[in-house]
Design a protein around this ligand. Structure first.
Ligand code: IMP
Ligand code: MG
Length: 189
């Protein structure tokens, strides 16, 4: 496996900065959801690290759920409008105030489709919390209620986000130097 230091362009968001922003977001969500029946729905797999830190920052009682979707994409690092649920919720959300927890919103296609699928099930409310927003890349409008950081149009990894399935474990958000990454992949054969 490649050592990430060899293709890390820069650390975009440090562990300390991530953690202090997540504490703020948790406090805000705790205030906003007073009296509500909060269900955090994590979209696997990228959102998992964010979910586990965010839920510890939320003092208000809540439940969690997971779902996974795959996009019939162009392959590689783009997504299209077409998604398929590969893991569905085990909860009837009609009694819940659902807050979707996502790692990153890029084109917006994935979240747009998830919102359509879930709104049909008539949750009490449906809102979105994303750690990262690549706003420049947006192709469909998404209501974003809680956003950790707006980031530039660069491919990032770490803190749940993968590059070709690896490096989700890193505690910070890094920018991939794609030229270096490709060159290293090529020399590996
Ligand atoms: P969208 O449908 O274009 O908004 O894509 C959203 C999904 O693409 C995210 O949930 C991520 O899994 C993935 N994605 C988008 N940008 C990045 C990135 O910079 N690094 C890693 N994954 C990304
Ligand atoms: Mg994702």
């Amino acid at each position: 496996m490649l050592d990430y230091h060899d293709f890390l362009g820069e650390v975009l968001i440090s562990e300390e900065t991530l953690q202090s922003r997540i504490l703020e977001m948790g406090a805000e969500i705790s205030r906003d959801y007073q009296g509500k029946n909060l269900l955090l729905v994590c979209i696997l797999r990228g959102g998992v690290m964010f979910l586990t830190d965010l839920m510890r920052a939320i003092s208000y009682p809540h439940a969690i759920e997971f779902m996974a979707v795959s996009s019939y994409g162009l392959g590689g690092r783009e997504s299209t409008g077409q998604i398929r649920i590969t893991l569905d919720l085990n909860t009837d959300i009609s009694e819940w105030d659902v807050l979707l927890v996502e790692d990153i919103i890029d084109s917006g296609h994935t979240l747009h489709s998830v919102l359509e699928l879930l709104s049909v099930r008539k949750p009490r409310s449906l809102a979105v919390c994303a750690l990262l927003d690549k706003a420049e890349r947006r192709e469909v409008n998404i209501p974003l209620h809680y956003c950790g950081f707006e980031i530039p149009n660069k491919f990032v990894f770490g803190y749940g986000l993968d590059i070709d399935d690896y490096y989700r474990n890193l505690p910070f958000i890094g920018v991939v130097d794609l030229a270096k990454y490709q060159a290293l992949q090529n020399t590996r054969g």
